[in-house]
Design a protein around this ligand. Structure first.
Ligand code: URP
Ligand code: ZN
Ligand code: ZN
Ligand code: ZN
Length: 476
C-alpha cells in the first residue's frame, strides 16, 4: 500500500473552494478532511498552492499523419508536455481509413501510445463512411474498446470529409448506442472552391488560409450539424469553435434544451487572424482549421465559456515544425499542415487569461479545463474532480509565479511556440497521476508507458467504480 497525504493547500473543484488535506492510497483518493492523521503517509506540502484536479484535454492529435507529414509530438513528448502543463488525461483522435476495419485503426493507435504515454489516455474514433462493415463493427468498438465518442469531419474535402448522410447515420447510431458525436464544423465543399479560386488568382500567402475559410462557413456547418442532431434526438459536441457565428448557434440550441456542447481552444482565445500576416512566411505557424479570427471574437468566446454557451477547452494539439513541415506550404497556403502546439499551455492560459483577468471564477476554470470534459466523455467521477473514490490526478498550482511562454522552455519537441513571449500568471509545480508524481517540483519524474488506456462509459453514464459510489456523471 502506498500512501500520500497532501496538506496545506486550497482544494478547488468545479463546485467548491476549501482548505483540506487529501489522503491518497494506492492511487485513489480515500479521504478528504481537515488535519487528517499522517498514519505513515508521505507528506506533500501544498502551501501557497491551489490543489486542482488534473486537466482533462478532450482533443489531441499525437503522432498523427496529416497533409503528407506527421506531427512532431508523439504520445511520449506530447504527454510529457501535457503533464508539465497540468493535464493528466488526454483523449486523442484515432484516424480511420475508408474500406479498412475500425479495429485495425484502433490497434494502430494502441501501438502508437502503449509504451509511450506518461499519463492516462483514451481515443475518439473517426467515422468517414458508414458501410455495412462499419455499422457492424462500431457497436463492438463502443462496447469492447470503450470508445464512446465518434468524430465526423465536415471539412477537409477529399481526405477526412464525410457527407451529410454519413453524419446523419452516425447520429442515429450514436443515439441508439449512447455515444457522443463530435464534428469539425466547416463547409468543406465551399472551402475547396474558395481555395481553388484564390490559388488561381495567385493568392498563395498564409493569410489566404483564413480568407478562404470565412466564419459564415463555420456557422453554417455548425447550424447544419445541430439540425441533424435535433432530428435524430442524439447528442453533439462541436470541436474547436472559433467565432461568434458558431458560438451563437450552439448557445441557441442549448437554450432550446438540446444536448449540444461546444469546445473552444486556447489559440482562439488569445491569438487572432493578423498573426497569419507575419512576414517571412511566419504566418504559417498560425495556420489552424478553422482559422484564427478577427480579434473581437475572443470576447464572444470568453463570455460563452463564462455563461455556459461553450463548455470545454480542448488543446487541439497538432504540432508541426516550422522548419521542414510548415514550410511545405511556401508558395501554396493550402499545403501548410494545419495545426499547432498547445497541449502544454492550455491549462495555464485558461487560468491566467480567465481567472486572473476576472473572466472566470476558479470553479468555472476547473469545470472548463477538467470536469465537464470528464463528464461528457464518460470518465467522471474517476477523472475530473477531487473526491473520495476518484483517481488521484492532482495538480499543485502556484498562482504567484509570473513567467513567459517560449519554445526555449517548453517541453514539446516542436521548434516554435504559438504563444512566444506571452506573459502568464501561475504554474503547475507538481503533478500526480493516479497518486504517482509525474512532475515533481517542476521536474519530470514519470516514465514512458506508465499511462493507462481508458475504456470510457457511454454518454451520460457514470464512470464510478462500484467500490466508490459517487454522484452520477450527469451533464447539463
Ligand atoms: O488545424 C487543425 N485544427 N488541425 C488539427 C486537425 C483538426 O481539424 O482538428
Ligand atoms: Zn484495445
Ligand atoms: Zn478539426
Ligand atoms: Zn483537432
Amino acid at each position: 500500500m502506498t500512501r500520500k497525504l497532501i496538506r496545506n493547500g486550497v482544494i478547488v473543484t468545479a463546485a467548491d473552494t476549501y482548505k483540506g488535506d487529501i489522503l491518497i492510497e494506492n492511487g485513489v483518493i480515500t479521504a478528504i478532511g481537515l488535519d487528517l492523521p499522517a498514519a505513515g503517509a508521505e507528506i506533500i506540502d501544498a502551501s501557497g498552492c491551489y490543489v486542482f484536479p488534473g486537466g482533462v484535454d478532450p482533443h489531441t492529435h499525437l503522432d498523427m499523419p496529416f497533409g503528407g507529414t506527421v506531427t512532431v509530438d508523439d504520445f511520449e513528448s506530447g504527454t510529457i508536455a501535457a503533464a508539465f502543463g497540468g493535464t493528466t488525461t488526454v483523449i486523442d483522435f484515432c484516424l480511420t481509413s475508408k474500406g479498412e476495419p475500425l479495429g485495425k485503426a484502433v490497434d494502430i493507435w494502441h501501438a502508437k501510445s502503449r509504451d509511450k504515454a506518461v499519463i492516462d489516455y483514451g481515443f475518439h474514433l473517426m467515422v468517414s463512411e458508414l458501410s455495412d462493415a462499419v455499422l457492424e463493427e462500431l457497436p463492438q468498438m463502443i462496447e469492447n474498446e470503450g470508445i464512446t465518442s465518434l468524430k465526423v469531419f465536415m471539412a477537409y474535402k477529399n481526405t477526412f470529409q464525410a457527407d451529410d448522410g454519413t453524419l446523419f447515420k452516425t447520429l442515429q447510431m450514436a443515439k441508439q448506442e449512447g455515444a457522443l458525436v463530435m464534428v469539425h464544423a466547416e463547409n468543406g465543399d465551399v472551402i475547396e472552391y474558395l481555395v481553388e479560386q484564390a490559388l488561381e488568382a495567385g493568392q498563395t500567402d498564409p493569410i489566404y488560409h483564413a480568407l478562404t475559410r470565412p466564419p459564415e462557413l463555420e456557422g453554417e456547418a455548425t447550424g447544419r450539424a445541430i439540425y441533424l442532431t435535433e432530428l435524430t434526438g442524439a447528442q453533439l459536441y462541436v470541436v474547436h469553435v472559433t467565432c461568434a457565428e458558431a458560438a451563437l448557434k450552439i448557445a441557441e440550441a442549448r437554450k432550446k434544451g438540446l444536448r449540444i456542447y461546444g469546445e473552444t481552444c486556447p489559440q482562439y482565445l488569445v491569438l487572432d487572424q493578423s498573426y497569419l500576416e507575419k512576414p517571412d512566411f511566419e504566418g504559417a505557424k498560425y495556420v489552424w482549421s478553422p482559422p484564427l479570427r478577427e480579434a473581437w471574437n475572443q470576447e464572444v468566446l470568453w463570455s460563452a465559456l463564462a455563461s455556459g454557451g461553450l463548455q470545454t477547452l480542448g488543446s487541439d494539439q497538432c504540432s508541426f515544425n516550422f522548419k521542414g513541415q510548415k514550410e511545405l506550404g511556401r508558395g501554396d497556403f493550402s499545403k501548410i499542415p494545419n495545426g499547432g502546439p498547445t497541449i502544454e499551455d492550455r491549462f495555464t492560459l485558461l487560468y491566467s487569461e480567465g481567472v486572473e483577468k476576472g473572466r472566470l471564477t476558479l470553479n468555472q476554470f476547473v469545470d472548463i479545463v477538467s470536469t465537464t470534459s470528464a463528464k461528457l466523455f464518460g470518465l467522471f467521477p474517476r477523472k475530473g474532480t477531487i473526491a473520495v473514490g476518484s483517481d488521484a490526478d492532482i495538480v499543485l498550482f502556484d498562482p504567484s509565479v509570473t513567467r513567459t511562454l517560449s519554445a526555449e522552455t517548453h517541453h514539446m519537441k516542436v521548434d516554435y511556440s504559438a504563444f512566444e513571449g506571452m506573459e502568464v500568471k501561475g504554474e503547475p509545480v507538481s503533478v500526480l497521476s493516479r497518486g504517482e508524481f509525474v512532475i515533481r517540483d517542476k521536474r519530470f519524474v514519470g516514465q514512458a508507458g506508465r499511462g493507462q488506456y481508458l475504456r470510457r462509459s457511454r454518454f451520460g453514464e457514470s464512470a464510478a467504480s462500484p467500490a466508490a459510489a459517487q454522484p452520477s456523471g450527469s451533464v447539463s
